[in-house]
Design a protein around this ligand. Structure first.
Ligand SMILES: Cc1ncc(COP(=O)(O)O)c(C=O)c1O
Length: 384
């Protein structure tokens, strides 16, 4: 039988289609999600993998979220509420904001792409920091905008590769429409203190929409950490991005949200796909928001395990970046690639950082006590 031509090679291959794509997309590389976990799980058979590559919450969501999902299974033939009104009401209560100041996304990833699509196009510039979340660059480029990457602070023992706020301000020009900054940051785990963030925002010109990505905010408990939500009154150009994927343990449900000025939300609503957040996800997130106890428990467990893991890694002579998240960035130097490969062979999955320009580091999600113990045991074998 004749073989169907591959879309990646042959007369109508990837290059053929790329030549027909918009300018921004022509130069893009697809988001690198790390290892093919499904294939690895299949290979490992009965032996469970230790999956510490994607900054997921190993404890899962509130039991109330699971119950809410089961409760809605009889409605699968219905479209979800296109307005997400119940979830917005719940979020508005939690954050003390108006429902019209909330935008729901199929993960915050979707909203980060959308905000660039709406506010940055050809001719516009988008500023974000070196070692910022990979989606910032993707969003800028896909929109056809020009990316301006601000250099990070040099690595030191005190605060390695932290955001250089001066460099970010210096990268802003009259053509800048959008600035992305994650606090705490992925992939470094580092954070900006409240004073630094306030002083920074005060110096960003009002024509620039600032998106502070707070995917890990619920897990941050450093005395100097504050959410940018408190600064919204002072800065009409401020957007705060949050997600249910991390502290709420609902990564599989794909829900994120923006807290932003009502006018900005209204403009972004013009391109939001009407049913972008599904029925089960809406129910799960609303229920999860109602269980503050579970969130507090996750936060405590994560802090305890993070502290223990950092100590154990440091005791092995490794340099660990300070973190306010559920992951740590660790320097392995020249042996990074070999260590990573050897860990995969032992069923331990971490995230290689070559794509971020940090090829001498691995990012390690803080797992449960048992997962961390298995990671450390495998690491001891590999480093021996
Ligand atoms: C900083 C940051 N922002 C946004 C996201 C995207 O989260 P989601 O699309 O699951 O809401 C992630 C995911 O890892 C992240 O690390």
């Amino acid at each position: 039988m004749e073989q169907a031509p591959s879309l990646r090679s042959g007369p109508h291959d990837e290059a053929w289609y790329a030549a027909r794509a918009s300018r921004g997309v022509q130069g893009l590389k697809a988001y690198d999600p790390g290892h093919d976990l499904v294939a690895l799980r299949r290979q490992s058979g009965a032996a469970q993998l230790v999956e510490l590559g994607s900054n997921e919450n190993p404890y899962g969501p509130s039991p109330a979220a699971r119950a809410a999902v089961l409760d809605r299974l009889h409605e699968l033939h219905r479209y979800p509420d296109p307005l997400g009104a119940d979830l917005k009401r719940a979020l508005a209560r939690v954050h003390g904001v108006g429902e019209d100041e909330l935008l729901l996304g199929n993960g915050s990833h979707e909203l980060l792409m959308m905000v660039a699509q709406v506010f940055a196009g050809p001719g516009a510039e988008v500023v974000y920091p070196r070692y910022g979340f990979a989606v910032f660059g993707l969003a800028a480029q896909a929109a056809g905008a020009t990316a301006r990457v601000a250099e990070a602070q040099p690595r030191t023992d005190a605060m390695p590769a932290g955001h250089d706020l001066q460099a970010l301000l210096g990268a802003i020009t009259p053509a800048t429409t959008l600035l992305f900054l994650a606090n705490p940051n992925n992939p470094t785990g580092t954070w900006l203190g409240a004073d630094a963030l306030r002083a920074f925002l005060a110096r960003v010109p009002e024509h620039v929409i600032v998106v502070i990505d707070e995917a890990y905010a619920e897990l941050a408990d450093a005395p100097d950490y504050r959410s940018a939500l408190a600064l919204r009154d002072v800065h009409p150009n401020l957007v705060v991005s949050r997600t249910f994927s991390k502290a709420y343990g609902l990564a599989g449900m794909r829900v994120g949200y923006f807290v932003a000025p009502a006018g900005l939300v209204a403009v972004m609503e013009r391109i939001r796909e009407s049913f972008n957040v599904n029925l089960l996800a809406l129910a799960a997130c609303e229920a999860a928001l109602g269980d503050a106890g579970h969130l507090a428990w996750v936060r405590t467990r994560n802090r305890e395990e993070r502290t223990a893991l950092v100590g154990a890694l440091q005791a092995r002579g490794l340099r660990v970046f300070p973190s306010q998240t559920n992951f740590v960035l660790v320097e392995f130097g020249d042996r990074t690639a070999a260590v990573e490969r050897a860990l995969v062979e032992r069923g331990v999955i971490l995230r290689p950082m070559g794509g971020y320009g940090l090829a001498d580091c691995l990012r390690i999600t803080v797992g449960t006590r048992d997962e961390n113990r298995r990671l450390l045991a495998a690491l001891d074998e590999v480093l021996a």
